[in-house]
Write a protein that binds this ligand. Sequence first.
Ligand code: ZN
Ligand code: ZN
Length: 185
Amino acid sequence: MQALVVCGDDSECVRFVADHPDPTAAPGEVLIRVALAGVCATDLEIVRGYMHFAGVMGHEFVGTVVDGPEHLAGRRVVAEINCVCGQCDLCRHGLSNHCPNRTVLGIAGRDGAFAEFVAVPARNCHIVPDTITDQQAVFTEPLAERRVAVDELVTAVYPLAQGVEALAAAARPEHIKVLLQPGVA
Ligand SMILES: [Zn+2]
Ligand SMILES: [Zn+2]
């Protein structure tokens, strides 16, 4: 599959890979075909070595579940980015925010959404109502994080294959919100 991959050191090495292995959904996870993904400031930090994250970047996205339980299969979803184990003592006692096995999509220990497919825990998914477009839904995570009015954002959509150029565009000071679209030429 197509993917935008970062090396995890401070060499600012990020590259588009046309034939990255597809992710597989572990038990309790779903496989999502990414429709649109958003570039945010955290991604630009990651390119510079933040978190020493190595792998597929990206945590803001909307997509369709291609493999998962019945209530999610075929549905358009967004996903929470913090992935917890659900099984350790802290998770069992409702303290999953402190789960020692926690991974974060495209940020820590787990491949992200700048790719054609991403695997996330089923419990992280939220179904997107039909009345909300992909371009609106992709802002769910940044909106949950801090209040921004979608209408105030100027967006530029790049094919994922131009992901490196898109990251450069996102780093410019005009505050253009850059979106990535996998699977298109
Ligand atoms: Zn973000
Ligand atoms: Zn846990």
